[in-house]
Design a protein around this ligand. Sequence first.
Ligand code: SF4
Ligand code: SF4
Length: 289
Amino acid sequence: MTRQIAILSGKGGAGKTSITASIIKMMNSVVAVDADVNASNLPILLPHTQQSTKPYYGMNIAQVDHDQCTGCALCLSACQFDAISMANNGRILIDSDCEGCAACAFVCSENAISMAERKGGDWYVSSIDNGYLIHADLIPGEDNSGKLITKVRNEASAIAKEQNIAYIVIDGPPGTSCQAISSITGADLVLAVVEESLSGLSDYRRLAELVQKFSIPHFVLLNKAGFSADVEENIVNAAAEFDGTIIGRIPFDRKIPEALQKLQSLAEMNDYKDIIIELLEQITSSLKN
Ligand code: SF4
Ligand code: SF4
């Protein structure tokens, strides 16, 4: 049975994607998913060969058959999103605010409006050294990112099943938005990467509350640690409050961002490789229970 591990942080800049890439690189076989469809960074840290690109259609958009339109203007008043206008020449125009509700098509007695698919982005399947990487790019301004995350996760599940791969690792988006919810729904375990800072603490509390609602067990990895024993203690206490298990601590070390600039993860750093191996062992052991 495939197990799904979602790696999240309550905020951006906590080091989540570099930790995720490091863990993925140490696995025997894996399907990696970048669920940050607005700004996918995991492909930057995971050498990959793109195998396929597929279009993503998020929601429908209204389109007008001008030959059928009589200019009655009923559609203008039906649109609650102010997405329809009439040009000086009487031509009906649909703009990018169209939410695809189809109210205009419903009121048009001339059947001059129909709903057409609108491309919202692309999603990609790539091979990596030890498995596959699925990621996506949502076109800026497009909605329905949750639907696209579900799409890439479903594709990951299908590949894992077909290839008999035991683990899917999901690099979630920063924050606790609906995209984060789409990333953890159905996951077997969440790893929270928590920056040792006051904002990291409050963001962790929000993430832990969310994870608790889904009744998913979670581990906590302290990252960029070593600045404040008080903050670290507060994070440890918060983890205990939310039934999270601290499974590791990575200190702040300038060598880490320097390595990242060379597209190297912790898995390629002698000082940190063993920590990543230990993390992975704890994660996989917990999923065997
Ligand atoms: S409701 Fe139909 S016929 Fe009337 S203006 Fe709109 S598109 Fe044209
Ligand atoms: S589909 Fe809905 S949102 Fe889009 S133009 Fe028609 S009424 Fe407006």
